[in-house]
Design a protein around this ligand. Sequence first.
Ligand code: NAI
Length: 439
Amino acid sequence: MSDIEGLTPRGFCNYLKMLGRTRAFFVWDGISGQIRSSHPQLAPFARTLLASSRDFDEHEAIFLEVSPRTGVLMGAFVHRTCRGQGAGGIRYFPYDSLGAYLVDGLRLAQGMTLKNALAGLWWGGAKGVISGDLGVSQLSHETRRKIFEDYGAFLSGLSGCYVAAEDVGTTEQDMAAVFARTRFTTCIPVEFGGSGNPSFPTARGVVRGMEAALAHQNQGTLRGKKVAIQGLGHVGQALIRLLHQRGVSEVVASDLDPKRANRVRQQFPELRLTFRQAEREWDPLLEEPADILSLNAVGGMLNEANIARIRAPIVCGAANNQLADPEVDDQFLHNRQILYVPDFVVNRMGIVCCADEANGMLVDDPNIERHLGEAWDMAIYPLILRILQQAEAKTTTPHRIALGLARERSRELHPLMGHRGYQLVQGLVTQGWADATVF
Ligand code: NAI
């Protein structure tokens, strides 16, 4: 690990300022097989990145900038843009170290490449990550607005190689602040012509994934089933609404915040709902006997130790990157005969709605509904069925089948634009993007 990686994100911003800079980039050079850094002082760090093969997957670029008005670290992680501009949400989180910040950005951007490719979107994969000193709920209204407006200006500076959306830690108001400074964002509020909060469509996609998994196991429909739901946030609550409509017999839910369960109880007084208090270190929900376990909180929840305690035969939820170690944890689940429905297939609906924003608004939009039906072979339900069948036939895991398919598709070139995203990245390098000082 290089010394820089051990810095806090704030420490890295100070380091950049000490170099007389407010911007930095790391750009992949496919010809030399090296990562090019914007400033010579960052070259050792580029080598460390290259060596971390678990997280670095020839990402086309990482752009970093210090927010001029708040001093927080803003980043754009562009993974692969063969299918079009890199697209994905902006995450706000107070990271402890630059290393943790980068790992999250690298992994989340890869996840977006896979998700967008399997959803058939002509978009590549990218992710925005902002690291602040405070949790998002502790920020004053004014600071929050400045952070996201600065992020919008940062996006404009990136010339469109990354198109943003909402993610954990960001709200529609934040997206409105981003939109005030750039056209390179989606998920903006309805009153600005956007599609608004994507959580309900996301939950609809997760339900289709659950239905496909049950059908694959000859377990019928959701009616009468018991579902364990981790996370009672936007997606978790929407999921409960949909599951209730489909006649599940019982929901057991967990969250760090017990107030969320009260809110759900008020909304669905007739639903049989049990609440389990989750702690950051351990969530008793994972060992709940249920027909389906659905993770809708944060990523990295599944690891060898807690997979051994899961008592549900199906795992299907919206959280991104649920496997703490994607290279082995799917196998642990498989060994325990737990059917894991790959997150990046079922949680696509948020980005699907965002991708559709620029095409105008229709009620029951066929561009969106086709992902939730069964007629299109890449819709969630038939695709999950196919992935599960192939995994069984090839005695491998559904995660690996989905990964293979998504990687292949992610290399297809945009039919009109070709690999323009990469040209945009190269343009920034040659124009000296990182040498400009932003105040
Ligand atoms: P949210 O922030 O509204 O809700 C997350 C909930 O999880 C909160 O209630 C939080 O208290 C709880 N939580 C956090 N850590 C926990 C833990 N260790 N144990 C139990 N509960 C915990 O987020 P949202 O929008 O509902 O998204 C949920 C997940 O789905 C996230 O991982 C997100 O990346 C993913 N996702 C969401 C999409 C969307 O449309 N909102 C689209 C695609 C993925």
